[in-house]
Design a binder for this molecule. Structure first.
Ligand code: SAH
Ligand code: SF4
Ligand code: F3S
Length: 480
C-alpha cells in the first residue's frame, strides 16, 4: 500500500499498552501511515484501552464520543476516518463496543495487533468488525520492529514486553480475562530486540509483563529461563547500562531474582512489588496467595540483598468485607515497609470477577475516606525516602530537556526524576549528580565535580526536542 495516511494512537492504562501502541504504529508505518500527534487530522484513530477499573473503561466511551464528532466532520469534508478500539476494553467487551458506539469500525483484542493491516482493509470494504480471538500465532513475531531513527526519537529508555497474561486470578482483577494465560517470549527474541534498541542508543531497558517475575521463556538451550537468568544475559550486552523490570508478584520473587539485586550492577535498586492490602483476611479474600508475613519476608530478603532498594507498591482500599481493622493493617504495613512511593485505588467492582459477586461491598464514602488516609501515609513515606537522598551523589541517566531553559531531566537509580542545570548534549549520558534540593515529585541537583570525574557519554547524540515528554511514565491508569 502507498500514500501517506495519518495515524493517531492514544494509549490508556499500563506500560504494556504503551509498548503495544508503539508496535502497532511500527507495523502500520510500512503500510503507508505516518504518526500524527492529534486526532483531528488522522485517517486512522486507534484507542488502546484499559479495563482495570470502571472509570478507566468508561473514559473510553467519552473519548469515543469525541472521535465520532471528528469522524462526522471529516465525512462532511469528504474524508474517511476509521476508528479502532484495541486493548483490554476491546478484549472484554467485543461487539458490545460497536453497539454502544456505532462510529467504531474495528474492535481488536490485545493478541491480534499483527492483523491490523488486514483488518483495516476489511473494515474499509465490509464495514465494522471484531477480532478478539486468542490466536495461536505470537503477535510479537509478526509485528514490525521500529527503525533506528524511530527508536532514537523515542528516547534513551525503552520498555520491552517479555511476558504477557496472568494465571493468578486475584479476585478483583480483569487482567487474566483481558490478556489471557501467562506466556513468555523466548530469550533469543528478547535479546535480539534489546540489542537493536541498545545499538540505536537506548541505555535503559525496562522489561515489562503483567506478571513479569513469573517469566519462564525458552532459553537457547531449550529449557525455560528465569527472569534472573534473562537479566544476567541482557546485562552482558554492549550499551545496556541499566535494567529494570515491572510488575512483579510477591509469590514469584524467586531466590535467584533476589540474588540478582545483589549481583547485577546494571539492575537498578528499585522494585515495584504490589501488595494490595496489609490484612491477611483481605489478602485471602483477594486470592493473593500470600500473607502479610510472606510479603514482609520477601521484602527483608530483598533488602538484605540490596539494602538501598527503593520499593513501591499498589494498594486497593474498600475490597468487599474490608473492616476498619483490616484497613489499619494496611496502614501499619505502609509504615513497616517504608515505601519510596505507591499507587492506591478504591476497589472497583469488575463484571465477571469473583469480587463482583461478594457480599459486604464497602460504601463509597468509606472507600474515599480510607483512600485519603492511605494516600497521606504513602505521601509521608515517599517524602521521607526523597529526603534521605538530600546531599547524596546519585548516578542519573539524562532523558530530556527540563521545563526551564538550560535544565535537563533524568532518572536516579531509584527512578526519581532529577532536574539539573546542564547542557542538552548530556541527554543520553549517565552522570553523577549531587542532590541539592528535594521537592514533592522530583529532586534537584548539580553535576558532581570530582577529580577525574566525567559523565559516561551518550552513545548517540540526541536531538532533545524530539524526545517524548513523558519518557518514563509510571502512571498506570490514565483513566482512573
Ligand atoms: N499485574 C500487576 C498489576 C495489575 S493492575 C500486579 O499483579 O500487581 C495494576 C493495579 O491496579 C493492581 O496492582 C491493583 O492495585 C489495581 N487494580 C486492579 N484491579 C482493580 C480493581 N478491580 N479495583 C481497583 N484497583 C484495581
Ligand atoms: Fe491481576 Fe496482577 Fe493479580 Fe494477575 S497478579 S490477577 S494481573 S492483580
Ligand atoms: Fe489491560 Fe493494562 Fe489496563 S493489562 S486492563 S491495559 S492495566
Amino acid at each position: 500500500m502507498t500514500g501517506s495516511r495519518k495515524l493517531f494512537v492514544k494509549s490508556f492504562g499500563c506500560q504494556m499498552n504503551v509498548y503495544d501502541s508503539r508496535r502497532m504504529a511500527d507495523t502500520l508505518v510500512p503500510e503507508g501511515y505516518t504518526e500524527t500527534a492529534t486526532a483531528e487530522d488522522a485517517d486512522l484513530i486507534i484507542l488502546n484501552t484499559c479495563h482495570i477499573r470502571e472509570k478507566a473503561a468508561e473514559k473510553v466511551y467519552s473519548e469515543l464520543g469525541r472521535m465520532r464528532r471528528l469522524k462526522q466532520a471529516a465525512a462532511e469534508a469528504d474524508r474517511d476516518v476509521l476508528i479502532a478500539v484495541a486493548g483490554c476494553v476491546a478484549q472484554a467487551e467485543g461487539d458490545e463496543i460497536i453497539r454502544r458506539a456505532p462510529a467504531v469500525d474495528i474492535v481488536v483484542g490485545s493478541q491480534n495487533y499483527h492483523r491490523l493491516p488486514e483488518l483495516i482493509v476489511r473494515a474499509g470494504r465490509d464495514g465494522p468488525l471484531v477480532d478478539t480471538e486468542f490466536p495461536v500465532d505470537d503477535k510479537f513475531d509478526r509485528l514490525a520492529a521500529p527503525s533506528a531513527a524511530t527508536i532514537r526519537a523515542r528516547g534513551v529508555t525503552a520498555f520491552v514486553t517479555v511476558q504477557e497474561g496472568c494465571d493468578k486470578f486475584c479476585s478483583f482483577c480483569v487482567v487474566p480475562y483481558t490478556r489471557g494465560a501467562e506466556t513468555s517470549r523466548p530469550v533469543e527474541k528478547v535479546t535480539a530486540e534489546v540489542e537493536r534498541l541498545a545499538a540505536a542508543g537506548v541505555r535503559e531497558i525496562t522489561l515489562i509483563g503483567q506478571n513479569v517475575n513469573a517469566y519462564h521463556g525458552a532459553g537457547p538451550d531449550g529449557r525455560p529461563w528465569s527472569l534472573a537468568r534473562l537479566l544476567e544475559r541482557l546485562a552482558e550486552l554492549r550499551g545496556v547500562e541499566r535494567l529494570r523490570y515491572t510488575t512483579s508478584h510477591p509469590l514469584d520473587m524467586a531466590d535467584d531474582l533476589i540474588a540478582a539485586h545483589r549481583d547485577l550492577p546494571a539492575l537498578m535498586p528499585q522494585l515495584h512489588l504490589p501488595v494490595q492490602s496489609g490484612s491477611d483476611r483481605i489478602l485471602a479474600a483477594m486470592n493473593r496467595r500470600h500473607t502479610r508475613t510472606d510479603y514482609l519476608d520477601v521484602v527483608a530478603r530483598l533488602r538484605a540483598a540490596r539494602p538501598d532498594l527503593a520499593l513501591t507498591s499498589d494498594f486497593i482500599v474498600g475490597f468487599p468485607g474490608e473492616t476498619d481493622a483490616d484497613f489499619a493493617d494496611t496502614l501499619s504495613l505502609v509504615s513497616d515497609v517504608q515505601y519510596a512511593g505507591a499507587f492506591s485505588f478504591k476497589y472497583s467492582s469488575r463484571p465477571g470477577t469473583p469480587g463482583a459477586d461478594m457480599d459486604e461491598q464497602v460504601a463509597e464514602a468509606v472507600k474515599s475516606e480510607r483512600l485519603q488516609r492511605l494516600q497521606q501515609a504513602i505521601d509521608r513515606s515517599h517524602a521521607a525516602f526523597n529526603r534521605g537522598c538530600l546531599g547524596r551523589t546519585l548516578s542519573v541517566l539524562f532523558e530530556r530537556p527540563g521545563r526551564h531553559a538550560g535544565q535537563i531531566v533524568g532518572r536516579s537509580p531509584y527512578l526519581q526524576p532529577v532536574q539539573v542545570d546542564a547542557s542538552e548534549s548530556l541527554i543520553g549520558a549517565i552522570a553523577d549528580v549531587t542532590v541539592t534540593e528535594v521537592a514533592s515529585n522530583s529532586l534537584f541537583g548539580a553535576l558532581a565535580t570530582r577529580a577525574g570525574w566525567g559523565p559516561t557519554p551518550p552513545r548517540t547524540v540526541f536531538d532533545g526536542s524530539s524526545l517524548p515528554l513523558q519518557g518514563r511514565v509510571r502512571v498506570r491508569d490514565a483513566g482512573a
